[in-house]
Design a protein around this ligand. Structure first.
Ligand SMILES: *Cc1c(COP(=O)(O)O)cnc(C)c1O
Length: 481
């Protein structure tokens, strides 16, 4: 299948090209012109991997073998399950579906090596990239607010032809997340703490990707540049599958509730719906950076009077939610997308027409949740299970319909906030707090997670955005010696 630019549908590329060089000209994102139909319900009895392959084939036949190998990376996920998990999981199924009651399920997507749902896409994605780029050397850059970074680094750990640089906001992640990034010692990996918030990191990434001097310098070293952020369609594809598979397993119409930041996870649900999954609505949960709530309820995307707020769900501390562009393209076409994003660039603002908004409302609802509410949801639900602060935002929706909450991270990544929510006192020491929660809630913790606190060390340097280009080039040179 060819993918086209969201801002100019005449610009099209092969699937493999979109994965290795994801940015379209004029700032668009490569997306499918239309979604294929896929009757997943026929495949209810297939394993997750076989189901995934069928779904992928509805997009793309040519890369079959590559995808098959890529999906084997799910064998690295843990196989732990409890009596509340639906029994479909079996060997190398990366997801768990936790049944709270007949109307509420939690789709646990965090059983991968770095304990956030980013592994769902990045594990197979890394395998795809290194095979597609077999005869090349790649540099993958990612911007992270705390979960994409560890997942990207881990996925590319010791791949032979790929280096990874990860940009993260110096004070924007938990200690655990910073340790996850900096404790990986493979020579092909580099993490840089930068001055600024996640949007600054994301902007720096976009600038690097479109910097022709930078690319030239890399090309001289025979290195090609790509990005691992969820703007890469290669990641989105893997994020359709887990929504669809969960729905097929419960085999009834349901709402999907998604804690949203860059809108990749939610876009996956929307695509699943268009392909044939019985999704009633996709419910977009935000924290107090509630730009998506405004977008889906008022039809406006307004950056003018907004300042990014730090919350206890940092992966959702985002104002420029990149994948919304793909939704707009799918609903309203390339010309309208171009027009709206020009307006956003020039005026920091755009507004949909009433008809357009109504069109969105057929598929979406949106709510946001303050930190205080979020902590209450964590505490209340702790009688049943521990949920992380991102997943907790989903509890803002009253679930009168059958619903699947998308659970995006394991609580261990956000110990300070979990501790405050559960015990109503400040967390002094992240490691001790982790142990205390484990004891109080009889949670069995993987020992390597705890070991991180003893082994890891975070490098002190914080980089200016302007320094990044040279720092990266220097690192690569040093690496070549
Ligand atoms: C990345 C992330 C999100 C947001 O996902 P998007 O696809 O960016 O909307 C939510 N929760 C957690 C824990 C994450 O790591």
């Amino acid at each position: 299948m060819k993918l086209v630019s969201t801002r100019n549908a005449n610009e099209s590329v092969e699937f493999s090209q979109a994965i290795l060089a994801p940015s379209a000209s004029k700032g668009g994102l490569y997306s499918p012109l239309s979604l294929p139909n896929f009757d997943g319900y026929k495949f209810k009895d297939l394993s997750y991997k076989d189901f995934a392959l069928k779904l992928i084939q509805s997009f793309e036949f040519k890369l079959d073998k590559l995808f098959e190998r890529a999906l084997q990376s799910y064998e690295k996920f843990d196989e732990k399950s409890c009596e509340k998990h639906l029994k479909f999981s079996g060997k190398s199924c990366p997801i768990r579906l936790f049944k709270v009651n007949d109307k509420l399920y939690i789709n646990e997507l965090y059983h991968g090596p770095t304990r956030a749902f980013k592994d769902m896409a990045l594990q197979p994605f890394a395998s795809l990239v290194s095979e597609l780029a077999k005869d090349k050397n790649m540099l993958i850059i990612c911007a992270t607010s705390g979960d994409t970074g560890p997942a990207t680094l881990k996925a590319f750990e010791s791949t032979l032809n790929s280096r990874v640089v990860c940009l993260y906001p110096a004070f924007g992640t938990s200690s655990f997340q910073a340790l996850q990034m900096t404790s990986l010692k493979a020579k092909n990996l580099k993490s840089l703490a930068i001055k600024g918030d996640f949007d600054a990191a994301q902007r720096a990434l976009k600038d690097l990707l479109s910097d022709s001097n930078f690319k030239e310098s890399l090309n001289l070293a025979k290195i090609e540049l790509t990005a691992a952020n969820s703007v890469n369609f290669g990641r989105i594809l893997f994020q359709i599958i887990y929504h669809y598979y969960a729905l097929v397993q419960i085999d009834k119409e349901a709402d999907i509730i998604v804690p949203s930041g860059n809108f990749g996870d939610a876009l996956g649900a929307y695509y699943a719906k268009k392909m044939g999954a019985k999704i009633r609505r996709i419910k977009i949960a935000s924290n107090s950076n509630n730009i998506l709530t405004d977008f889906f309820t008022k039809g406006e995307y307004d950056l003018r009077n907004r300042v990014l707020q730090k919350t206890i769900s940092p992966a959702m501390d985002i104002l420029i939610s990149s994948n919304v562009e793909r939704l707009i393209f799918d609903k309203f076409g390339d010309k309208r997308t171009f027009e709206l994003y020009e307006k956003l660039k020039n005026e920091n603002y755009f507004k949909l027409t009433k008809n357009e908004l109504n069109e969105l409302k057929k598929d979406f609802e949106a709510e946001f949740c303050t930190d205080r509410e979020c902590k209450k949801f964590i505490k209340d639900f702790s009688k049943i299970a521990l949920i992380d602060p991102h997943t907790a935002t989903c509890f803002k929706f009253k679930n009168d319909k059958t619903s699947i909450i998308t659970s995006t991270a394991e609580w261990v990544k956000f110990v300070p906030s979990m501790f405050e929510a559960l015990f109503d006192k400040p967390c002094v020491d992240e490691k001790n707090a982790m142990l205390e929660i484990t004891r109080a809630y009889k949670n069995d913790l993987k020992s390597e997670l705890l070991a991180l606190f003893d082994e890891g060390q975070v490098e002190g340097k914080i980089y200016e955005v302007a320094e990044l280009k040279n720092t990266i080039l220097q690192w690569i040179k040093g690496d070549n010696k």
